[in-house]
Design a protein around this ligand. Structure first.
Ligand code: WQD
Length: 343
């Protein structure tokens, strides 16, 4: 059976993508995860939302020998979707070496495996943070990359370069680099979502945890040169991101003659400020959110949002969810977690 390897499959975006792959394709799915930023519970949530089995491997992608040993049992691997990486902008600033070691070595090892096993289709989880503080808004895939504002963003810039050079020496290898903007929200069922192992760094889980009484929200700066003083981002529903991966896989397999290395922005094209995101949450929950205004956070870009026309035309991908849908799904998930914790 044709097999797809999903690294980081127990993670937030990986688990949502596996759900779509199991429900909408016939590929055998093998998830690789070392649970450094996820939990095996993620696999139970996937199983509860799908009807097909999938395989799982627990290994650190930085362990080259063990990775190849564990993957040697699989043949007919027609594609790899590489999610596995550390992904927090703020965390990368406090521990840069952890990010350079993990994100770069894991990519090198999975690419080496792809070469050894002649896997020809590769989807890479990149990020809008490669653009840095772009003046070119909305950013297109051809917008110049500014200096990364964080080690996290820098690892994604380096990773894109590594893949590009790898393509040059492996002409049959085809890859799609997906530059995610800000993935947020949860599965519409409310039964899968972002599951921060530690205290979350990113905005939406902190908003929902604050609303449920488990956290407190500080808005990191309201004195930026934006319409309301808070930073602007392009929040994109995690299920829209998952759908884009299936369309990217189809693009690679069906149109193998296309460019060897294609880049796509995955954003809605709408910039939303932190204060506007809070207002959306208050609207859909009909409750006031308590927060305070604090200092700016090091590493934050002021504003970034996508021109997503290329993904629309080339991948036939259209984002389905707006900011209110994202907040509603995130809130439903937070309440599901609360119910589970109180059982
Ligand atoms: C968003 C905004 C904060 C927390 C994320 C991912 C990264 C990449 C890009 C995919 C910023 C503000 C946050 C808080 C706040 N995605 N904020 N108070 O930094 O844009 O990066 O998207 O690759 O992986 O981390 O996301 O949610 O941390 O911040 O005011 O308590 O919310 O200042 O303006 P970020 P974020």
């Amino acid at each position: 059976m044709e097999t797809i390897i999903v690294t980081g499959g127990a993670g937030y975006i990986g688990s949502h993508t596996i759900i779509e792959l199991l429900n909408k394709t016939i590929f055998q799915i093998v998830s690789i995860d070392n649970f450094s930023n996820s939990s095996p519970d993620s696999y139970s949530r996937i199983s509860a939302l799908t009807t097909r089995p999938f395989e799982t491997i627990q290994v650190d992608l930085c362990d080259h020998v063990l990775l190849n040993q564990k993957l040697s049992y699989y043949s007919n691997i027609i594609g790899i979707i590489h999610f596995a990486a550390f992904k927090s902008v703020s965390d990368s600033i406090s521990d840069p070496i952890k990010y350079y070691h993990n994100n770069i070595n894991s990519l090198n090892n999975i690419l080496d495996f792809a070469k050894q096993q002649n896997v020809l289709n590769f989807i890479f989880s990149s990020s809008c943070s490669v653009y840095g503080n772009s003046k070119d808004l909305p950013v297109t895939e051809n917008s110049p990359l500014q200096k990364a504002e964080s080690p996290y963003g820098h690892t994604k810039q380096i990773s894109e370069e590594i893949i590009s050079f790898f393509c040059k020496t492996n002409p049959s290898f085809k890859t799609v680099l997906l530059r995610y903007f800000n993935p947020v929200g949860a599965h519409p069922s409310g039964k899968n979502g972002e599951f921060p192992i530690n205290i979350p760094n990113n905005l939406v889980p902190i908003i929902t945890q604050t609303a449920i009484g488990k956290n407190s929200l500080t808005v990191f700066g309201n004195d930026y040169n934006t319409r309301d003083g808070s930073c602007i981002r392009d929040y994109i529903h995690v299920c829209d991101i998952a759908d884009a991966h299936l369309k990217a896989l189809n693009y690679l397999i069906q149109h193998h003659e296309k460019k060897q290395c294609s880049l796509f922005n995955l954003g809605t094209g709408n910039g939303v400020s932190v204060l506007e995101a809070i207002k959306s949450f208050e609207k859909i929950t009909n409750q006031k959110l308590h927060y305070k205004i604090g200092e700016r956070r090091t590493g934050d870009v002021i504003a970034i949002y996508a021109n997503n026309e290329l993904a629309k035309t080339e991948l036939n991908w259209i984002p389905q969810y707006n900011i209110d849908d994202m907040m509603l799904s995130a809130w439903k998930w937070e309440n599901h977690l609360e119910e589970q914790n109180t059982k």
